[in-house]
Design a protein around this ligand. Sequence first.
Ligand code: PMP
Length: 298
Amino acid sequence: YYNEKTMLYYDGKFQEATTASTGLYGQSLHYGYAVFEGIKSYKTKNGTKIFKAKEHYDRLKKSAELMMIPFDYSTEEMIDLTYKLLEMNNLSNAYIRPLVICSPNMSLSKGNKSSLIIEAWSWDNGYLSDHARIMTSSFERPNPKAFRIEAKASGHYVNSILASQEAKDKGFDEAMLLDGNGNVAESSGANIFYEKDAKLYTPAKGSILPGITRATMFEICDQLGISYEEKFFKPEEMEGADAGFFCGTAAEVVALESLNNIPFKLKWENSVSALIQKAYRHLVFEEDYSYLKQALYV
Ligand code: PMP
């Protein structure tokens, strides 16, 4: 992630990553009381562009607010700092990780002061192999009545680590977690869709992080005239569907090969989902993807 030359932003200034440090007495380290973002930038024909920068930094502010963490950076300020950081580190296709931590305070009351850290590193591909094999996790998503589940809070990711590692230990690529009612929720770090008769389905909000990529999928569907629906459904409904995919900033759009060892019916190349995957790739690079519409009517 970093070397002797890497710069990061912390506590109001750009610093060398190897020497920047934080204290050992704090709520963020001890209790996971922190919020973060996962953002990507791409080398487009118009220069390096942070994809959906406003949406991500607005969500960071919203996450801090939901977690009662005092935080007063503006979205514009953070976008500006991020472009500076990318330039400083000579990055274009990159992953950007802003993190808001609370400063020294070991109590169980809300934070009284926070610091913004922004780190970035080179990233050329998605984080999962293509055609992931996934399983229903024995871990549920956190109960939305016990957490602010729509906040991207560090502590929530303990659940993600447990689920993801369980899946890997069982020989799968990733986990699919259910909510407390047994409905499909999401993966450890991505939202989930399945395709049936050329229509897409994705879990409704409630026990998920409503992803920015998930919203981008709707945007692409609207552009291409593909229908989609947000609803609650059980894993059995998704098993053996025509196709399925994960989507998220890091993952982008990842084709699923099987769920609980039951393969999806269509060859990925023949699915509507594959077109959406292609469209997303064009969109992040600021390329026109309207030509893909034709493929839907042949
Ligand atoms: N769900 C979880 C649990 C995640 O960690 C992520 C990644 N941020 C997503 C969904 C996808 O969100 P986004 O598309 O905004 O990256």
